[in-house]
Design a protein around this ligand. Sequence first.
Ligand SMILES: Nc1ncnc2c1ncn2[C@@H]1O[C@H](COP(=O)(O)OP(=O)(O)OP(=O)(O)O)[C@@H](O)[C@H]1O
Ligand SMILES: [Mg+2]
Length: 133
Amino acid sequence: MADFISRSPEETLAWAEQFAKSLRPNDTVLLLGEMGAGKTLIAKGIAKGLGIREEVTSPTYAYVNAYDDYLFHFDCYRVTSEEQAFRLGLADYFGAGGICLVEWSENIAGLLPEDVKRIEIIKRGEVDREIRF
Ligand SMILES: Nc1ncnc2c1ncn2[C@@H]1O[C@H](COP(=O)(O)OP(=O)(O)OP(=O)(O)O)[C@@H](O)[C@H]1O
Ligand SMILES: [Mg+2]
């Protein structure tokens, strides 16, 4: 899929829903971008595209939310060290048959699989977002 300029949350959701169709079991997708860029919104769109009915929300207390035992949504913002992440078992999800979406993957760089897909979301304005894939 090509890079995309989104002009609304709805356009971002629709893009992510389409993008989901390209995903395969064991894929890991890094969602990159500053706070409020739209990483969680992309995760919601991907979940919708995969046919997951449960509502995707930011993991608040947990570091990973699991949906249908197939989609794993990580928010590593509060991870304080790779050692902590490893002890929590976060590395075990990668390549274990599901699809992993990772926010704030910077905090677990050493635990990530070699082969990942990257979606970068750049704020260009109040509602404009550049989505680079
Ligand atoms: N074009 C757009 N695409 C995505 N989000 C948009 C867009 N325009 C406005 N927004 C708003 O930006 C916010 C994105 O929030 P979201 O929780 O997805 O960010 P995030 O990158 O996950 O942040 P955090 O790092 O805090 O988890 C939402 O409130 C959304 O409505
Ligand atoms: Mg988020």
